[in-house]
Design a protein around this ligand. Structure first.
Ligand code: ADP
Ligand code: MG
Length: 139
């Protein structure tokens, strides 16, 4: 499915709606350039899942876990591999533990950098710049 969004808010709302398609244990890989709107989409998903804390880009910490009380999904794991040098480093910090958690959903920005360690079941979302305020989201 390909969807054009015309603003940050539309991408947020799309992320929020997207959570209806996910189930506990899912792993979602986001692929798109810097400024494509990956983090905005993640924020929308978090809102849709009932995450109460503010979502910031985990660019500097690589991984953040948010607890959820209002859903079958109990944890929302947000990974950003932007500053990661090697996929193996993610395994070293134990992030791959979340790939097999039946009650967690893991979303990974720059998933294309770690394809070699992602499980086969990973679902991908691509976000492309169309213009300054337009993006194409594909899943
Ligand atoms: N249609 C759109 N969807 C998402 N973001 C948009 C859109 N149009 C403009 N933007 C801007 O693009 C930037 C996207 O930032 P961000 O989500 O942090 O990107 P990424 O995580 O992919 O690097 C924000 O500054 C946002 O305001
Ligand atoms: Mg980001």
């Amino acid at each position: 499915m390909k969807i054009i969004t015309n603003s940050e808010k539309e991408t947020f709302e799309l992320g929020k709606k997207f959570v209806k398609k996910i189930k506990p244990g899912d792993i979602i890989g986001l692929i798109g350039d810097l400024g494509a709107g990956k983090t905005i989409f993640v924020k929308g998903m978090a809102d849709g899942l009932g995450v109460k804390q503010n979502i910031n880009s985990p660019t500097f910490v690589i991984m953040k876990i948010y607890k959820i009380n209002t859903s079958q999904i109990k944890q929302f794991c947000h990974i950003d591999t932007y500053r990661l040098k090697h996929a193996q480093d993610l395994i070293n910090i134990g992030a791959d533990e979340y790939f097999n958690q039946p009650h967690a959903v893991t979303i990974i920005e720059w998933a294309d950098k770690i394809l070699n360690i992602l499980p086969k079941k990973t679902k991908f979302i691509k976000i492309k710049h169309k213009s300054e305020s337009q993006r194409m989201v594909e899943y």
